[in-house]
Structures are given as structure tokens and as C-alpha cells.
Design a protein around this ligand. Sequence first.
Ligand SMILES: Cc1ncc(COP(=O)(O)O)c(C=O)c1O
Length: 363
Amino acid sequence: MSTLAAEKGAVNLGQGFPDFDCDPLLIDVVTDAMKQGLNQYPPMTGVPVLRDAIALKIKALYGHDYNPASEITITAGATQAIITIILAVVHARDEVIVLEPCYDSYVPNIQLAGGVPVRVPLTPGTFRPDFDKISAAITTKTRAIIINSPHNPSGTVWTNADMLKLQDILEGTDVLVISDEVYEHTVYDGLKHQSVTCFPSLAARSFVVSSFGKTYHVTGWKIGYVAAPAALSTEFRKVHQFNVFTVNTPVQYGLAAYMADPKPYLELPAFYQRKRDLFREGLRRTKFKLLPSEGTYFQCVDISQVSDLSETEFCKWLTNEIGVAAIPLSAFYGNGFDQHVVRFCFAKKDATLNNALERLAML
Ligand SMILES: Cc1ncc(COP(=O)(O)O)c(C=O)c1O
């Protein structure tokens, strides 16, 4: 959709990345690190000051203690983190539960590891987890379950009750949890991000994945981390050493310095909630039916009142004829399930959102 949007000069609300720049201070601290000569290979697990800063942040926000030396590893973004986890712990014929719709790398990663993806749908319409279905999908071959809250593409946020339920159904099993928390700092309306790290028995079986790209508006920097108990981190690092080995040194030092101030991530919910509200307000003037957006920077809409086209055909039409790009939700399902829902990204300048809304106003 991004290629088509560029070809047609459409406003690209498809792919999930900001069209505004990061805090200039972040550029300064990374530049300082480069000027100080911090330009050679860092330790395989990441520079200690950044791992320390992450451990402090997790403790402050979620109350969980990770040992930065043995339990936190810096990665080249969340995507590299996820494939590394899967290659480390999923073996031939192991089953891994994925909750669809889901981020597009999960299933190919499981297949690359020789594992078997077991697709469990989130409830169509609400995108809430269906714990009866999840429970029924757990077998003696289940190695792991991948969860993602706040959720791309639906924007739903798991509740405390959801996490307790997950904890409950995994009790007495050896199932690992891969918790994709890249949108941990974009949760709205006073909701709280329910990290697995808030739940000791989940934390003990979990790899937590996060991404600085989402938090600090630098998706192109490709830097994130994995936090996991020492035994799991040891396995993770065996693969990490040979697929990426190390991650950009000056960016790590810069981020460590920048993280000393929690304000940028603490203020992120208010920053994006205002954009979400501006965008929703405009969309209310169309025939789209708005789905809730509790977190992430995505807004899904039901297109049934606007068009009979399939989601994919509708997104092509919208880009070509109206000049706004969106993503069909069917792209996040293995079987292309079409429920007449498309996703817009509102991580954009107000001017971009207003431009898109003017174009959408005719629908
Ligand atoms: C749910 C989810 N996980 C992981 C990623 C990838 O993050 P990164 O850019 O750090 O690899 C994304 C990016 O869109 C995402 O939406």
C-alpha cells in the first residue's frame, strides 16, 4: 500500500510510522556519542548503561526486577528480537499459538524454525482474546504463545482480567509466552498497559519484547530489547550472537542518556490520544463505523456502510480514487479473513491527518 500511495500521491495512513521527527535532543545525544568515539562494537548483549536504564524503567513502571547483566538484551528492533526468540526456543514440530489478526512476522518466523503455527482468532468485531479457544488450542506440543497488547492492528488493550486468565490457563504447563509489548507506551483513556512483567508467574515464563522505534518516533533506527529470566535469556543470546551479534553502539549510548528523563514516554499517551481524538472526530463525519482504539497508533473502521468491495479492493480504491492509503485487516490473517475492516495509522502530523480527513469527508 505504501508503494501505491507514493505512486498516486495519496496520504499514506497505511504503514505504521510517524511522519514527524523525533525530539532533537535524542539526535543530539546520539551525535554526542558518535563524537565521543563510541563507534566500535559494543558487548554482544548491549551496552551496560542502556541495559541498566531499561531494568530501572521496568522496575519503576511494572514493579519487576530484571538483572540487566543476565536478563536484558539489546536487539535490532522488535522484529529481530521476535525471530531470535523463536529460533532459540521453537524446535521442529513444536506448536506455537498465534492470535489472529497478528503482526506479519510471527507465522513465517515459526515456520522458519520448523515449528507449527496454531492460529487462534481473536473475537471478530471486538478483537478480544477468547480464552476458551486459546485453552482448547494448548496441547502437549505447545511450546509458546505469542501475545501482543496493545494490539496491532486492532488497537485493543488487554485488561488485568485477561492477563489473570492467561496466567490461569498456562498454570501447570511449560508453555512459554512471547509478549510483544512494542506499543506499551501508547495506551489511552487512563487505561494501564498490562505488561506480563506485572504478573510474576507470567514473567517467569515470558520473553518481553519492546521497541524504541515506537516509543521515541524513530522506527528507522531499528533498536529494541528483550527482557526474560536468565535461563531464557541465555538461550536467546545463543542465537542473537550469530544472527545480529551486536546493535549500533552510539544509538545505544544516546538512548541510555535520553532515558534518564522519563517524561518523553510518560507523556506519549496524551500526545497520541490527542491525535486519535482529532482523527476520530473527523471520521465521525463519514459513514465509516469506528472501532475502539484503546492503544497503539491505529484506528480501525468498518467499511460496510461505505462499500461492498473486499477490504483489499477497497484499500486500492481508496488510495487510487480518494487519495488516502489504509491497510486491509485481511492482511493480518493467514486465510485472508475479510470482515470489512481496514486500519488507518494516526501517527501523523495534524496537517497530514486533516488532509486525509478532507479527502475522506466525501465518504
Ligand atoms: C506488533 C508489532 N510488533 C513488532 C513490530 C516491529 O517493531 P520494530 O520496528 O522494532 O522491529 C511492529 C511494527 O510495526 C509491530 O506492530
